[in-house]
Design a protein around this ligand. Structure first.
Ligand code: CA
Length: 237
């Protein structure tokens, strides 16, 4: 199981019963919840509180969700999930014009909303961790005799340079930067290959196998890139 991702969520919705339901559900999940019921207040709250994610209704008094989204985008890098009642707004929501990260059409299930928010928050956390890893250890990641030289894009084991394919290298760097954490195949696929990659999670397994043959002393009994049953893989650093 992945650890529960907590964070601060700004919920913007002018329909009181829906706002109350969202607030209740999210708080029960352990999130800190801030609310706003019009666009101007939403923008103010976002500036003051710096939420980790924003749930934003489209039709709002004073300033609509599109304008709020655009304004927030100019000032901060926070994922935005938009709520819409109309299918014809979807192109605008996800398109370049507004550029929300995700959307849901009303009525929606709370379960589905929670799953989407969890995914957005996970991405935020990953990006922050990567940024932190880059600033604290910009040049080299060292794990015993295994050294990843990020500035040169080279990997050595016991002083011997390993020949890695570009995707193997990217995969290794991704795993190493998130050492100690169980990473699901889906997440690895999304982060190393990208959203638009057509292949399945088998691709991940195949690359892991190749990588083990290069970085493990005994690829049949891996100690660096270990399998986490039912989830995926974990890098031991
Ligand atoms: Ca509304």
């Amino acid at each position: 199981m992945e650890p529960n991702v907590e964070g601060t969520i700004l919920v913007v919705e002018d329909e009181p019963s829906l706002l109350a339901a969202l607030e209740y559900t999210l708080k029960r999940q352990g999130y800190r919840v801030i609310t706003a019921s019009d666009g101007l207040t939403a923008l103010e709250r976002a500036r003051q509180e710096r939420p980790d994610v924003i749930v934003l209704d489209v039709m709002l008094p004073k300033m609509d969700g599109f304008d709020v989204c655009r304004a927030v985008r100019r000032e901060m890098n926070v994922p935005i999930l938009m709520l819409t009642a109309r299918d014809e707004e979807i192109d605008k929501i996800v398109g370049l014009e507004v550029g929300a990260d995700d959307y849901m059409t009303k009525p929606f299930s709370m379960r589905e909303l929670l799953a989407r928010l969890k995914a957005l928050l996970r991405r935020v956390r990953m990006i922050r961790e990567e940024a932190a890893a880059q600033t604290t250890d910009a040049e080299r990641l060292v794990f015993g005799d295994l050294v990843i030289d990020l500035s040169r894009g080279e990997v050595t084991r016991a002083g011997q340079r390993l020949v890695l394919k570009p995707k193997e290298y990217e995969l290794l760097v991704f795993l190493a930067r998130h050492r100690g954490r169980a990473l699901s195949r889906d997440l690895i696929l999304e982060r190393v290959w990208g959203w638009d990659f057509a292949g399945g999670t088998r691709t991940v397994d195949v690359h892991i196998r190749w990588l083990r043959q290069k970085v493990e002393r005994d690829p049949a009994n891996p100690v660096r890139i270990v399998t986490v049953r039912g989830i995926g893989y974990r890098f031991e650093g």
